[in-house]
Design a protein around this ligand. Sequence first.
Ligand code: DC
Length: 221
Amino acid sequence: MKTLKIAIDGPAGAGKSSIAKEVASELGFIYVDTGALYRTVALYASRFDNRESFLRKLEHCDVELKYLGGTQRVFLDGEDVTDEIRTSEISMRSSEISALPEVRAYLSEKQREIARENNVIMDGRDIGTVVLPDADLKVYLTASVEERASRRYLELEGKQDAPTYEQILEDIRQRDYQDTHRKVSPLKQAKDAVLLDTTTMGFHEVCKALEDLIEERLELE
Ligand code: DC
């Protein structure tokens, strides 16, 4: 049976995951956060002394997505690392290792496998361009860098060791640069993707805009 595939790409902090998660649960689709896979491989890579030994053992990196009560959890060697991979150090490392062609090939195949078996909303950087070029709908979700930094700042405010707004802005700028300038599968809008700039939009407004696009494109009820 043909599965339905919705690809959402865009830069760090554009709100892809919260929007995609909400809309996927409305539709009964599986939400696949591909950034979590890159983050988990970055955690795995941190166990090795150098890049060569990490790449030699890449095939043994047992990374798996599981859906518990509708929520995605990510496992490394059977251990739930969903929360551990959310540090700013792992954010930066994942952006670095995601430039390696071996890592991209390994994870892209895993992502395609999930999409072959399930109706998915998949978010990432290269879903519409490389992983699922035949997706039923492609959306490029973005917002100004200042707005993305400010949203992330509000999310982290009050937490222990919360970074300053300036630190977040700098981190996001650096990741934007790395993600759009790498040689293999850089972040870019697919030719046939719909651009959704959410700089001045609220969460529910963006969810509604995405749901309208899906309804229109897939003719869902
Ligand atoms: O979406 P995120 O911030 O959790 O992703 C972490 C990093 O992983 C991001 O800086 C770039 C990389 N990534 C990628 O290269 N391709 C994807 N499909 C998803 C994430």
